[in-house]
Design a protein around this ligand. Structure first.
Ligand code: NAI
Ligand SMILES: O=C(O)C1=N[C@H](C(=O)O)C[C@H](O)C1
Length: 234
């Protein structure tokens, strides 16, 4: 499979290594200031760039008939437009806030726990995410997906807020510590005890492998998908 990497930073480089090991070819690497690129030589594009350019990269792929895997976070105000364009162009598109298998299992565990805790109103939910200091967005995309999973399944919450507590609002604390690849913690706290679920990434390999698996999976498919479709879970 011929892969275009849109964004050649920490993730782009890790994806390159894994893709080559799995027998794929990297035909294009686009990083900052590489604006006029020809995407049509690729069978699939994988975007791990920055929030301000991700939607433009996705649009370029869909307009040129190239399926696109989007891992960049912090651009979701334009997600619905990307979905519409994908349908209009009959393209292929997957966005995931986190491509790792472990986190996608954790997403399901989080929803199940929220359902179970729904009747136990003595517990308050809080969330913490920790990432490296170069991260541009906060809270992380993964924390937002976790918060949405709780809001959908627990009547005590209908929105989330960064660093703020408010009525029916799930507070998310975002910490930035050098070299942390990504840690997400969900706490249910009562006066008598605490229930905690946590996912800790040890490195970026899991995110990158998931993105390459998604790219392999989308070839020949048309539509808007997510990692539950790829991994057949949920
Ligand atoms: N969904 C997932 O599983 C994961 C998502 N991410 C997200 O992926 C994104 C990238 O993460 P990292 O690789 O760690 O960041 P990074 O900062 O190491 O890499 C981003 C790269 O994008 C480049 N870039 C800037 N302008 C560009 C443009 N116009 N076109 C293409 N590339 C451009 C930068 O020069 C940089 O090399 C972030 O939004 C991060 O939150 C990161 C890890 C996992
Ligand atoms: O920026 C990162 O590094 C990560 N970003 C994603 C997010 O915002 O959730 C996924 C992972 O946690 C690493």
């Amino acid at each position: 499979m011929k892969i275009a990497l849109l964004g050649y930073g920490k993730m782009g480089k890790t994806i390159e290594q894994i893709a080559i090991k799995r027998g794929h070819e990297i035909v294009l690497k686009v990083d900052k200031n590489d604006d006029a690129y020809d995407i049509t030589q690729a069978d699939v594009a994988i975007d791990f760039s920055i929030p301000t350019v991700a939607f433009n990269n996705i649009t370029n792929c869909l307009n040129n008939g190239v399926p696109v895997i989007s891992g960049t976070t912090g651009w979701l105000q334009d997600y619905d437009k990307a979905v519409e364009l994908c349908k209009e162009k009959e393209g292929g598109f997957i966005y995931a806030s986190n491509f790792s298998l472990g986190v996608n299992i954790f997403f399901e565990l989080n929803k199940t726990l929220a359902k179970m805790m729904n009747t136990l109103k003595q517990y308050n939910v809080t969330m913490e995410e920790i990432h490296h200091t170069q991260k541009l967005d906060a809270p992380s995309g993964t924390a937002i997906t976790l918060a949405e999973g709780i809001i959908e399944n627990h009547s005590g919450y209908d929105n989330w807020k960064l660093d703020e507590a408010a009525e029916k609002s799930l507070p998310i604390v975002a910490k930035r510590i050098e070299d942390v690849p990504g840690t997400h913690t969900v706490n249910y706290e009562s006066e008598v005890d605490t229930i905690t679920i946590e996912h800790t990434a040890h490195n970026r390999q899991g995110f990158a492998l998931g993105a390459v698996i998604a790219a392999e999976w989308i070839i020949g498919k048309k539509g808007v998908f997510n990692m539950n479709d790829v991994l057949n879970i949920g």
